[in-house]
Ligand binder design. Structure first.
Ligand code: PXP
Length: 246
């Protein structure tokens, strides 16, 4: 069954828009995580950015105490945040690019260009019992490099697919890239997640992409929650995901 990790960063974004610098404020991303789990989400994703633009340090510690499923900490490969992750012990870390030089042309992590540093961090995190995922574009060189780091997972960047969705030709091209990358990763022993820009309309097309374990979805779920409530928004997404083959 295809799993859903709900990215709650956008809940924190809304809070920070009014309460930046305060120790409290609404809406609370930890309460959002609780509602998502109660609605059936298989995991909660939060990105602790170096600039603390949305999720704050206190959020990740409260999430760690509260979450009953799996905490997926998105983060840059920088010493300050790696040190926090080693103490926090999320079930999984997804390494993502935050700085321009770490980014491939398609927006994923440039694993091929930072192989040694990513392998070292992967080893540290694994030694602490934390699984590691790398957020990459569906690009053969990046998939190959990801396997060489010894990571357990990749997360395929679906942003280009989401942007191309309205154009049938480009959508088919982007889907073909995702399919090829998923097959290649699976053959190399990597588990395959996907995320970014997925929504209630474009999700069904991903049924063509094999070997998917988990989708990480944030913006569309939090946006729909404004009108339906978060519980309904999560349940609607899970209902759509139930059609994923296998
Ligand atoms: N996966 C990763 C690695 C991300 O950085 C993001 C965006 O924060 C997402 C998934 C979720 O993307 P969206 O909010 O567009 O659903």
């Amino acid at each position: 069954m295809l799993k859903l990790g709900v990215n709650i960063d956008h809940v924190a974004t809304l809070r920070e828009a009014r309460y930046r610098g305060s120790e409290h404020g609404e809406p609370d991303p930890v309460e959002a995580a609780r509602v998502c789990e109660a609605a059936g989400a298989h995991g909660i994703t939060a990105h602790l950015r170096e600039d603390r633009r949305h999720i704050q340090d206190r959020d990740v510690w409260r999430l760690r105490e509260t979450i009953r499923t799996r905490l997926n900490l998105e983060m840059a490969n920088v010493p300050e945040i790696v040190e926090i992750a080693l103490r926090l012990k999320p079930e999984i870390v997804c390494l993502v690019p935050e700085r321009r030089r770490e980014v491939t042309t398609e927006g994923g992590l440039d694993v091929a260009g930072h192989l040694a540093a990513l392998t070292e961090t992967r080893q540290c995190l694994n030694d602490a019992g934390i699984e590691v995922s790398l957020f990459i574009a569906p690009d053969a060189a990046q998939v190959e490099a990801s396997a060489r780091t010894g990571s357990q997972f990749i997360e395929l960047h679906t942003g280009a697919f989401a942007e191309a969705f309205a154009d049938a030709t480009r959508r088919a091209q982007e889907l073909a890239r995702l399919i090829a990358a998923a097959n290649q990763a699976h053959a190399l022993g990597l588990h395959v997640n996907a995320g970014h820009g997925l929504n209630y309309l474009n999700l069904a097309a991903l049924n063509a992409v094999p070997h998917l374990v988990e989708l990480n979805i944030g913006h569309s779920i939090i946006s729909r929650a404004v009108f339906t409530g978060l519980e309904r928004a999560v349940k609607d997404m899970l209902a759509l995901m139930a059609s994923y083959p296998g």
